[in-house]
Design a protein around this ligand. Structure first.
Ligand SMILES: [Zn+2]
Length: 289
């Protein structure tokens, strides 16, 4: 199995689809297509508008299906790489869209069905449980399929970043960590993330068995280290100004074993500031845009 293929079967009736995201660090966003028999196909995350629905076709072909068979598009959050393809898919298939009302501003449109924690989305013999996991965005959710113990997390699990990038969250670090702690309570055998994460020397979007707990725990730990570094610099410098404290925080992180691969030299991807602002906001109680 190659992580660069456009479509990868990951379980009976479940195929991972790939949509290009050229300007990003990983260059792609994942979608998950689940065959629900007479209920059609449930899709989790929609890909980018420019590439949809074409980018979905290889995955649907592996299921013996077409775009017309998609009956539900369930987005893990409102970012455009997870909701942008909804209109193009809906135009072909009439599928209903599901995501949190807290992320409507990010998506630029409202879902057909707003979802919140505890909701269930059913098609045929497949049911997805909605698990609220705010942090990356206010409206981030995960979808859990109990029969396969399949957990689809979108961007709610960020791993430990990369050479030029920290784990990215725009909402609240505290919420991001609380959300991961709640995911660690679930029995999970198969987990899919929204973008390939660096893990054990490679890049992967699909985690199995003990690696599910492994990446969740590593993601939680990485965020705890970021929070501790931010708080330490804030206490020492007595400033809440990101421009004044940024290089000190990044320097501390580069020295931490968790971020051994992180190199805070320029250019650090701009999303890094979003994460630091989330932590600063938690510490100062300030509102973020
Ligand atoms: Zn996102």
């Amino acid at each position: 199995m190659s992580e660069s293929e456009a479509a990868i079967p990951i379980a009976p009736g479940v195929v991972l689809a790939r949509c290009p995201k050229p300007q990003s660090h990983t260059g792609m966003v994942t979608m998950v297509a689940i065959d629900a028999g007479a209920g059609g196909v449930l899709l989790v995350d929609s890909g980018m508008s420019d590439y949809m629905p074409a980018a979905l076709s290889p995955a649907l072909t592996l299921l013996g299906r077409g775009v017309r068979d998609v009956t539900a598009v369930c987005s893990t959050h409102g970012h455009r790489d997870h909701t942008g393809g909804i209109p193009a898919i809906r135009e072909v298939s009439g599928a209903r869209s599901y995501f949190s009302p807290h992320d409507i501003d990010l998506a630029g449109f409202a879902p057909d069905v707003p979802v919140s924690g505890g909701d269930r989305i059913s098609r045929g013999d497949v049911t997805l449980d909605v698990v609220e996991t705010p942090g990356h965005t206010a409206g981030s959710v995960c979808f859990y399929e109990p029969i396969r113990r399949l957990l689809i997390v979108g961007d709610s699990v960020q791993g430990t970043g990369s050479a030029r990038k920290l784990p990215v969250y725009y909402g609240s670090g505290r919420q991001y960590r609380a959300s991961i702690r709640s995911l660690l309570e679930l029995p999970v055998d198969l987990m899919v993330v929204g973008h390939p994460l660096e893990w054990q020397g490679g890049h992967t979007s699909v985690f199995r068995g003990a690696d599910c707990q492994g990446i969740l725990t590593a993601s939680l730990r990485a965020s705890e280290v970021i929070a501790a570094a931010t708080e330490a610099v804030l206490r020492a410098s007595l400033t809440t100004d990101l421009a004044a404290s940024r290089s000190a925080i990044l320097g501390r992180l580069a020295a931490a074993p968790t971020f051994a691969q992180f190199d805070p030299g320029e250019p650090v991807e701009e999303d890094t500031d979003a994460t630091l602002l989330s932590e600063l906001g938690d510490l100062t109680g300030s509102e973020k845009p």
